[in-house]
Design a protein around this ligand. Structure first.
Ligand SMILES: [Mg+2]
Length: 215
């Protein structure tokens, strides 16, 4: 990736890029099935089967990623109380804050995530993460989409008042974080923490991003 002189804004994906999946996994795979098991008097394994079947049946529902929706639907009690008990599982990758700290003031920093607001807010509260961003977009809540496609990136670019070459997105999903923004004219880098991909626009951790921008 060459000629980053015009770069004005850097946008980050959240999950898998800045934040780990521990909180999400605990909600979907443990907390919701455990609460459902308790309410119905089921063994946990049986509850998981039923709950996971319901997840599959409703895939694509506009509130599919909203834990509040599932707490209502399965009558599991207060999602806020459950979220409070799991808040400690909202964690950032060790390179997240140092990277944002290094880039703050030099670029406008943006977050574009398909995370639903309830998860997003828990993660933005970790170590002051939310304070680093000039703009935050939770696509299910702010842009009416469960995924990040080219239209989403086009809308964010317009909202930022920038041309594509002035904006760079970084994330861990080849389609949603690289192909989609490129289709909207953005620059994009793939974060591959597992190190399974090679290429000029692939980075292994976020410190590589800082190094490239300093070069
Ligand atoms: Mg991701």
């Amino acid at each position: 990736m060459t000629n980053l002189d015009d770069l004005q804004a850097i946008s980050f994906d959240l999950d898998g890029t800045l934040a780990t999946a521990e909180l999400d996994d605990a909600v979907w795979f443990d907390e919701i099935p455990a609460r459902y098991a308790a309410r119905r008097g089921l063994a946990l394994a049986e509850s998981r089967e039923l709950v996971f079947a319901d997840y599959r049946a409703l895939r694509g529902h506009p509130r599919w990623t909203d834990m509040g929706f599932w707490f209502e639907r399965l009558e599991l009690g207060d999602w806020r109380e459950a979220a409070e008990g799991l808040r400690h599982l909202a964690r950032l990758y060790p390179d997240a804050l140092p990277t944002l700290h290094a880039l703050r003031g030099r670029y406008r920093l943006v977050l574009i995530t398909q995370a639903e607001r309830k998860f997003l807010d828990l993660k933005l509260a970790v170590e002051g993460l939310g304070g680093y961003f000039d703009a935050v977009y939770a696509t299910p809540n702010d842009l009416g989409s469960l995924t990040k496609d080219a239209a989403i990136y086009g809308r964010v670019l317009a909202a930022l008042g920038l041309a594509g070459a002035q904006a760079l997105h970084v994330g861990d999903h080849p389609q949603q974080d690289v192909e989609a923004p490129r289709q909207a004219g953005w620059r994009a880098l793939l974060l591959d923490r597992a190190g399974s991909r090679q290429g000029p626009d692939v980075i292994r951790d976020l410190r590589e991003l800082v190094a490239r921008l300093a070069a």
